[in-house]
Design a protein around this ligand. Structure first.
Ligand code: PBE
Length: 298
C-alpha cells in the first residue's frame, strides 16, 4: 500500500516534469520565431499613421517581397510603440514599422530587418520647408529656420525625455537650457521681434514632436515670436505650407520618404535644406526574434 502510493507519487512527478518541459519548449519556439513568423504575429505588421511615407514604403515592400498574406495595420506612432512595449515585455514576437532617430532603440533591444531590395531607401535627411514669401514677411524666423540644424543624438535626447513622460514643451525647454552654445549659434545676429505670430505644422511622429517643440521654444524664448503649433497629418502638413496657411515645418523626410508630397507641391514651397542627417526607415523586430531579413517573412 505504502509502496504503491510512493510509486504513484513518483509517476505523477515525472509526468508533471515532462509536461512542464514540453510546455517550455513550445513557448521558447514561439518566442524565438523559428518556423512560421507569419503565424506567430498573425501576418500583421504594426504600422503608424496612414499618411507617413513609411507606410507607403511598407506597402511597396509587401508587394515587392510578395508577402501576399500580410496586413499592414494602420494606427499612430503612439499606438505602435505601445504595442511594441506590450509584446517586448512578454518576449512575444512583433513586427513594427520603425525609424531612426527614435527612442525605441535605446529602450528596447531591436533590429532592422534587412532589406535586400532596397525598398526603404538609403539614409536620408530631415528638411526644413517654409511657405513662399516667409523670407520677406518674417525675416527673423526665416533666418533661424534656415540655420536650424542638429544631430540625431540631440533629437534622441528630447524624444527620450518625452517618452519618459515629460510634456514636449518642457522637454524642449530643458534641452534648450542645457544646450546654450548650440542654440546661441542658431540665433546669432538675428533680430528678435515683438510678439509676432508664426505657425508651424507637424505630425505626431515622436521625432517631429521633439524637433518642432525645440524650434518653437527657440522662436518664443530667443526671438520673441508667438508660436502656434498645428498638429496634422502628413498630407495636410505639406498642403498647409504649400498653400501658405502655415509658415513652415521641420518634418520633411527627403529625398525618398516624402517624395510624393514633394512632387505634388513642387514649386509652391521653399526647401531650406537638411536640419538633421542620417535617418533610416524599415521593418523593426525585437532582437530575440530569429529572423534577419524581410525575405524571412515569406
Ligand atoms: N516617419 C517619421 C515619417 C517621417 C518622420 C519616418 C514616421 C514618415 O514615414 O513619413
Amino acid at each position: 500500500m505504502r509502496k504503491k502510493g510512493l510509486y504513484l507519487l513518483l509517476l505523477a512527478l515525472v509526468t508533471a516534469l515532462l509536461l512542464t518541459g514540453c510546455g517550455e519548449q513550445t513557448g521558447k519556439q514561439e518566442g524565438k520565431g523559428t518556423g512560421k513568423v507569419g503565424e506567430q504575429v498573425n501576418y500583421k505588421i504594426i504600422g503608424i499613421d496612414p499618411g507617413a511615407g513609411l507606410m507607403k514604403a511598407t506597402d511597396k515592400a509587401l508587394q515587392e517581397y510578395e508577402l501576399k498574406d500580410w496586413e499592414l495595420v494602420e494606427g499612430s506612432s503612439a499606438a505602435m510603440t505601445a504595442a511594441l512595449k506590450k509584446a517586448y515585455d512578454k518576449k512575444e514576437p512583433i513586427i513594427v514599422t520603425g525609424w531612426t532617430p527614435h527612442w525605441m532603440f535605446a529602450k528596447f533591444d531591436l533590429k532592422y530587418l534587412k532589406d535586400p531590395k532596397g525598398i526603404f531607401g538609403e539614409a536620408e535627411a530631415i528638411h526644413t520647408v517654409v511657405r513662399k514669401g516667409l523670407k520677406n514677411d518674417q525675416p527673423s524666423a526665416y533666418a533661424f529656420l534656415d540655420k536650424f540644424y542638429w544631430e540625431p543624438s540631440d533629437m534622441e535626447s528630447v524624444m527620450m525625455a518625452v517618452a519618459e513622460g515629460k510634456e514636449p514643451a518642457r522637454a524642449a525647454a530643458e534641452w534648450v537650457a542645457k544646450n546654450e552654445a548650440k542654440v546661441a549659434k542658431w540665433v546669432e545676429g538675428i533680430k528678435p521681434v515683438n510678439n509676432k505670430k508664426i505657425t508651424l505644422a507637424y505630425v505626431a511622429w515622436d521625432s517631429e514632436i521633439a524637433s518642432t517643440y525645440v524650434v518653437a521654444n527657440v522662436l518664443e524664448q530667443k526671438l520673441g515670436y508667438q508660436v502656434e503649433l498645428s498638429q496634422v497629418e502628413a498630407g495636410p502638413m505639406w498642403a498647409g505650407v504649400a498653400g501658405g496657411d502655415v509658415d513652415g515645418m521641420v518634418a520633411a523626410w527627403l529625398p525618398t520618404t516624402h517624395a510624393d508630397y514633394y512632387k505634388k507641391f513642387e514649386g509652391k514651397f521653399e526647401d531650406l535644406g537638411p536640419n538633421l542627417e542620417g535617418t533610416k526607415l524599415g521593418l523593426v523586430v525585437p532582437k530575440y526574434m530569429e529572423i534577419d531579413s524581410i525575405e524571412d517573412l515569406k
